[in-house]
Design a protein around this ligand. Structure first.
Ligand SMILES: Cc1cc2nc3c(=O)[nH]c(=O)nc-3n(C[C@H](O)[C@H](O)[C@H](O)COP(=O)(O)O)c2cc1C
Length: 166
């Protein structure tokens, strides 16, 4: 089995973290992987805001509905894009997935928190001093973790795979 495919298959959303910080080098390399994601017409509409300050992490956590665990995260990454870009969701989601996988490769746990068109996203935008045209697409909590959680229930391959015709 291919090592990289195995890594993809072993990724899980991690919502509890060790206190250990993530180095700037690792965080920068994770963003480097994100910026190389595919994008429609290679428009690359994304921006990545990395937060490591405790007070800001707590502020983001409080604002979200299902991202309270970000309070305990070592870092958070906010993926945003120019709201006028026609493929902002696909492009920023591709970048977000790269972040999750690059983090996994560094043995850093991560969890995607909904950010696109959420009532709280405008408040996060203001909290971080993001320009008005920058629309939040995703918020990712990151941190080292003790153990990968048990495999989660996923729809089996034979139920989702259609050969030649649906
Ligand atoms: C668009 C999107 C939004 C999500 N929002 C949240 C969220 O707000 N809070 C959360 O804890 N998990 C969130 N998740 C993570 C999912 O709950 C998780 O991916 C799913 O349960 C499958 O688990 P796995 O990632 O371990 O495979 C989100 C995932 C996606 C793709």
């Amino acid at each position: 089995m291919n090592e990289f495919v195995e890594l993809i298959k072993s990724r899980r959303s991690i919502r509890g973290y060790e206190k250990r910080p993530i180095s700037k080098e690792i965080l920068s390399d994770i963003i480097d992987a994100a910026r190389l994601a595919p994008s429609a017409n290679n428009m690359q509409p994304w921006e990545f805001t990395v937060i490591t300050e405790k007070a800001t992490l707590a502020g983001i956590a409080d604002l979200t509905s299902w991202g309270k665990f970000i309070k305990e995260a070592a870092a958070a990454i906010i993926v945003s894009g120019n709201s006028e870009s026609p493929h902002i969701v696909e492009d920023c989601s591709a970048a977000t997935e790269n972040i999750l996988l690059a983090a996994r490769a560094y043995k850093v746990g991560s969890c995607w928190v909904a950010g696109y068109k959420r009532a709280y996203s405008e408040h996060i935008q203001k909290l971080l001093g993001m320009p008005k045209e920058q629309e939040v697409v995703s918020i990712i909590g990151l941190g080292y973790y003790y153990a990968n959680p048990e495999p989660i229930n996923k729809r089996p391959l034979e139920k989702v795979l259609h050969w030649e015709k649906y």
